[in-house]
Structure formats: structure tokens, C-alpha cells
Design a protein around this ligand. Structure first.
Ligand code: GSH
Length: 196
């Protein structure tokens, strides 16, 4: 199994964490986003949108970080990280969508301005990020994990760009439940840090 990734990719870190959680051995293949390697014909044959992460699993090229979490949970984890009841499935689907939309278009983009000089309005993104951090903090009230009693793929999908606010001016200390949740994930015995 190969994870095609850039070391600074927060979306790829979701997959790295899932692979660590389920104890699956794999090899990381570096894709040089800065050099445009993800838009070459060789890479586009793996993922037609030219994005990382891509998980190569035998003949399958799995892409989209949320999709890969669902795939790994079903194929290699006996569905352990999505509770079976309909309401939990609803909640997990919500958080995957939230990670791909709200988090991606606020926290992730704010980081891309700071790290890569991406041409976005940083202050607008920081304001949106605070809105979503307030929301996540409220959802963690009285609970350790986003859905149910244990870690699910919802936590893995939302976690990286929340943790990566350390690359921005956003301070998680304003959100104590979010801060504790980040520490809870970072102190799991299977946790692996981001290489970048
Ligand atoms: N929805 C996709 C988004 C992937 C994504 O935006 N990846 C970034 C790196 S973190 C990327 O490849 N950006 C390059 C590009 O889109 O051209 C996912 O969750 O996998």
C-alpha cells in the first residue's frame, strides 16, 4: 500500500492517522506539489483532479481523504470507526462533509495563506475559522469524541487542520474543549505526527 502525499498536506494526514490507527503498514511516496508534480499525466492517471492524498492499494487508486477514511474503515477495520446506528452514521457523514467544506474553506485556507502565500483574504478566513471552532467546541461539550463514545473517522477528518492552526495566528486556547480534544488525539499510543 502506498500513500502519495506531500509532507505538508493536512488532508493526507487524515489518511496517515487512519493507517496508524488500524496498524496498516504502507509506504509514503512524496508528491512535489510546489513543482506541480500533481498535475503531470503520470499523477493525473492516479487521480484525475490532481490532488493528494491518493492511496494506492493494489490496483485501486483511492482518492479524497474523506473517501479514503470510509474505504479503509470498511476494508481493513471491520467498520470499527463508524458506529452502525443510523444517527451515528448521520453524524459521521456530517463531520466528513464539514471537514471537506467548512474546515477546508476556513482553517485550511488560512494556513495556506500563511505557509504558501495563497491569494486569499486572511482576515476573512480567520473570522470564519473562529465561527467553526466555536461550533466544534460546542459539539465537544460533555464528550471526548465528535461522535459516540470512541474515536471515529469523524475525528480523523476534522483534526488535522484544527491542529495545524499552529501554523497561523489562530489560538486554540480560546477553545478549551477543542484544545483538549487535540491533545487527546495527539496522545493516543498509535498517533504519528505530520512529517512536514
Ligand atoms: N477533497 C480533497 C481535497 C484534497 C486537496 O485539496 N489536497 C491538496 C493538498 S492538502 C492538493 O492536492 N492541492 C493541490 C491542488 O488542488 O491543485 C481531499 O479531501 O482529499
Amino acid at each position: 500500500m502506498k500513500l502519495h502525499t506531500d509532507p505538508l498536506s493536512g488532508n493526507s494526514h487524515k489518511v496517515r492517522l487512519m493507517l496508524a490507527l488500524i496498524g496498516k503498514k504502507y509506504e509514503e511516496v512524496a508528491v512535489d506539489l510546489a513543482a506541480g508534480e500533481h498535475k503531470t499525466p503520470t499523477f493525473l492517471a492516479k487521480h484525475p483532479l490532481g490532488q493528494v492524498p491518493v492511496l494506492e492499494d493494489g490496483a485501486e487508486y483511492a482518492y479524497d481523504s474523506q473517501g479514503i477514511l470510509v474505504y479503509l474503515n470498511a476494508k481493513y477495520a471491520d467498520d470499527a470507526y463508524i458506529p452502525a446506528d443510523p444517527v451515528s452514521q448521520l453524524r459521521v457523514a456530517f463531520w466528513l462533509s464539514f471537514a471537506a467544506n467548512e474546515v477546508q474553506h476556513s482553517l485550511s485556507k488560512a494556513r495556506s495563506v500563511k505557509l504558501f502565500g495563497a491569494p486569499h483574504d486572511y482576515e476573512v478566513l480567520v473570522e470564519a475559522s473562529h465561527t467553526y471552532l466555536i461550533f466544534i467546541d460546542s459539539q465537544l461539550s460533555g464528550r471526548d469524541w465528535l461522535v459516540g463514545e470512541g474515536i471515529t473517522i469523524a475525528d480523523l477528518a476534522v483534526f488535522p487542520y484544527v491542529m495545524l492552526t499552529k501554523d497561523t495566528t489562530i489560538k486554540l486556547s480560546k477553545y478549551p474543549k477543542v484544545e483538549s480534544w487535540v491533545k487527546r488525539i495527539e496522545t493516543q499510543d498509535w498517533y504519528v505526527p505530520m512529517p512536514g
